[in-house]
Every structure is written in C-alpha cells, then in structure tokens.
Design a protein around this ligand. Structure first.
Ligand code: PEP
Ligand code: CO
Length: 449
C-alpha cells in the first residue's frame, strides 16, 4: 500500500465494468446507508483465512474455492445453500482423506452478485438493452425496466449475503459440518453413482476411525478439530461503491478490512495496474486473489504483485490462473518462472472453468468436463516441472443436479443441456461432476507434489 492509499483513493482512478446507476442521488444515499450497517465478516476470521492460505501456498494445505458464477435473488433457499455447503464439504473430505492434507474451504457465496461483461449492451432481435451485470445491479429478464440498474438491489444483496452467512455459520458451528456427519452430506441422487459409492467408502473409513477415537475418549464434543467449522466466503470485488461501503478499520490493529467477505478477488477484466480496483484492494488487509488470464504479460503480473503485496507476505496474494486447456502450456510456465525469479510469495490456484467456455451447437454456453480436467492436469504437471506448488482449485459449481457442463460420468450431452440449464451466468458443474473432479484432483495432488 502506497502512502497515498485511503478507503477513497480509488475514486480518482478509472474503474472498469461499473454500472450506469442513473440518478446519482439514490445510489449515494444507499451506499451511505450500507456504510452504517454491521460488517458481514470479522477481522479475526479474515486473519485466520490468511494464515491458512499462507500454509497452503507453502505446501501445507490445499484450497478449494467454489460456488455459483452468479448468485441470484430468486435462488435464495435454505436447501440450496445447504446443498452447496454439502458438496464443498464432500469435496474437501475426499481431498483431505485421499491426499492427507488440510483443505481450506472457500465458497463463492454470500456476496457473489456482480458480473463483469464483455459488452455494455445486449441486442436481441434488434432490441438493445443494458447487459445483465448480476442481481446486485439489474435483473436478467430482457425488458427495459428489469435491465435498468437499480441501486436498491445493493441493499438486497447485502441482506441476502447476511442471511446466507447466518445459515452457513449455523450449519458449520451447529454440528452439521462435524466429521461424524460425513454420510449425511452424500445426496440421494448421487449416492448410487460410482462417485457416490466411492465417497461412501471414505465415509465408512472415517466412521470407523471416529468409533475408535470415541473409544479412547476423543469426540467432536471435546476435540474441535473434528468439527470442520472453518468455512470462508469470497466474491469478485467488482462494484467498488458497495465494497467501499463495507470497508472498516479494525480497532485492534488499525488495519482496514473489506468486511463484505473474507477473500476478494480482482477479475481478469479489472486488473489494470493503474485502475481503481487494484488501488482499492491494495489497501485492505484481506487475502486477495487476481484472476490471471492468457492476455497478461510477465511485467504486468510482477507489477500487480508489487502493488498488491509490497511486504511480500505469505497468504496475502493468490494467483488464480484461467488460461484455457489449449493455452496453459505456453502461457503459464513463463509466469511461474518470473514469479520464482522475483521471489514473490504467492498461492497458485487453477480456475479450469473460465478459459474453457464456448457456445454449443444447441446454443448453450457450456464447458466440457474433459477440457476442465485437461487444464487441471497441465496445471499440476507444470508446477511439478517448475518445482512450485499447485495450491488449489477454483470451480463454478452447485449442489443441484443441473445440466450445464458437458461430460462427466453421466456423459451429459449437448441435447441434455436444456433439461436443467439454470445458471444466471456461466455454466456450473453439478453435484456429481464436482465430486468426480474432487476424486480426480486428489489423484493429481497425490502424484503431483
Ligand atoms: C468469474 O469468476 O465468474 C469471472 C468472471 O472470471 P474471470 O474474471 O476470470 O473471467
Ligand atoms: Co463465471
């Protein structure tokens, strides 16, 4: 953080991907209202996550970051929040058990309501309207009233984030995430699949171990490590007015924290070194991610590391690479070399989703399971060759049985996509595909480092 940083210093710089909020009055009034609201997360929790990311970056742990591309106001139900938590817990059990390493659990949840878009305008049958930018900004329905940005939606995003976090906290501290609930996380519709059965085997071994431990006096009542209570939240820090209004100074350390989520990332479209997003996040003490796409250069990446992590602190910076299965082999190694040479301390994470999106014949935006796996395989192989640490994965997924990504054990085909294509933005792995990938990532991790 330069000396000139303040929570407002970003306002002098160009902010890409901001909605046109129309009448400024309503917008600023709402931001000032939110700035009086309670924080959603707390500095102590943020510091705990940073410590865990620091461990993962140094090879003592592994990050799973996952959730919707875009959360929506209409899919706001206890069941769907619970099922997203379930699948992330299941994936982390598979990895912890299979690769014997601590898994840091980070949801794209409780705040992932804003989307960057490639165009400001969407045209359908000659009609032009503002693009959908996430439920915090406008509604996806293609009519003028819905697509006009409405700052009141920021209040709703805050409230839904608070209620979602409340439920996640209740689930994780109230026993739902205890290891003795491992069977309960397996959802009925996948229990009979090969992945569901493979998962049950792990759950059974964990049960046996827990029975043994109970016999010698160790249980989740007296041993907090058996409660998988630690679950963290993240989203793209896109709407700077909103993020700024939830930024607070910690009374204990006098550091600034963005209290809208534990972890914030800067998207591939807003990572300009002299832009407002980088400036804003350079001064908050949360752990920060940068999405690193194929267009970045070595020098740009190094400047971002210097600006965002001037103290070169472990755990502060996560580089989430999203090159695409075709590009990763030529694009990632030079970046890894540059970071190695400059001794920047980073956590390397693979997002195998965003470089592998295309429109299928039937017209749906999709991704193929095999391509996702291919990018992951290259990611692990590159880090093995470079002797660097592949520290985590970043997925767009849901606990529901949707049909948005092709392939996987059930071989979802182009003609299946229409049956349950429900995403508001990018296609998500369904529950079964997510669990299948967790097993495959476990193999890669076991062989790869
Ligand atoms: C996303 O994570 O949904 C996203 C838009 O990613 P990226 O910035 O990497 O394109
Ligand atoms: Co996305």
């Amino acid at each position: 953080m330069g000396n000139s940083w303040s929570p407002e210093s970003w306002q002098k710089l160009k902010a890409e991907q901001q909605p046109d909020w129309g009448k400024a009055d309503g917008y600023f009034k709402i931001l000032s209202e939110i700035s009086q609201y309670p924080p959603l997360v707390f500095a102590g929790e943020v510091r705990e996550l940073k410590q865990q990311l620091s461990d993962a970056a140094q090879g003592n742990g592994f990050l799973i970051q996952g959730g919707d591309c875009a959360e929506t106001f209409c899919d706001f139900r206890a069941d769907s929040i619970r099922d997203k938590l379930k699948i992330l817990l299941q994936m982390s059990v598979v990895l912890t058990y299979g690769a014997s390493c601590n898994v840091v659990k980070l949801g794209r949840i409780a705040g992932q309501f804003a989307k960057p878009r490639s165009s400001n305008i969407e045209t359908r049958d000659g009609v032009e309207l503002p693009s959908y930018r996430g439920d915090a900004v406008n509604d996806i329905e293609f009519i003028e009233k819905s697509r006009t940005p409405n700052p009141k939606r920021l209040l709703r995003a805050y409230n839904q984030s608070a209620a979602t976090l409340n439920l996640l906290r209740a689930f994780t501290t109230g026993g739902f995430a205890d290891l003795n609930k491992v069977h309960f996380w397996n959802q009925e519709f996948i229990a009979q699949s090969p992945q569901g059965k493979q998962y049950e085997k792990i759950a059974k071994s964990i049960d046996d171990a827990l029975t043994f431990m109970r016999a010698v006096g160790i249980s989740s009542e007296n041993t907090s490590a058996l409660k998988l209570t630690e679950f963290f939240t993240s989203h793209e820090a896109l709407l700077l007015g909103y993020e700024h209004s939830l930024t607070r100074q910690d009374s204990l350390t006098e550091k600034w924290y963005n209290c809208s989520a534990h972890f914030l990332w800067i998207g591939d479209r807003t990572r300009q070194i002299d832009g407002a997003h980088v400036e804003f996040l350079s001064g908050v003490d949360n752990p920060i991610g940068i999405k690193v796409g194929p267009s970045i250069t070595k020098n740009k990446l190094l400047s971002l590391c210097e600006k965002l992590n001037p103290q070169n602190e472990w755990g502060r910076l996560t580089l989430i690479t999203r090159m695409g299965a075709d590009d990763i082999r030529s694009k990632l190694p030079p970046l890894v070399d540059a970071i190695k040479e400059s001794s920047h301390k980073v956590l390397w994470v693979c997002d195998p989703m965003h470089g592998n999106t295309y429109t299928s014949k039937s017209g749906y935006k999709t991704r193929h399971f095999d391509t996702i796996l291919e990018e992951l395989e290259h990611f692990f192989a590159i880090h093995k060759a470079e002797r660097t640490i592949p520290g985590g994965v970043h997925f767009e997924l849901t606990g529901d049985n949707v049909t948005e990504c092709l392939g996987g054990a059930r071989e979802i085909s182009d003609t299946d996509l229409e049956s349950r294509y429900e995403t508001a933005c990018d296609p998500r792995l369904n529950n079964e595909q997510s669990l299948e990938l967790a097993f495959l990532v476990t193999d890669l991790l076991r062989n790869g480092r």
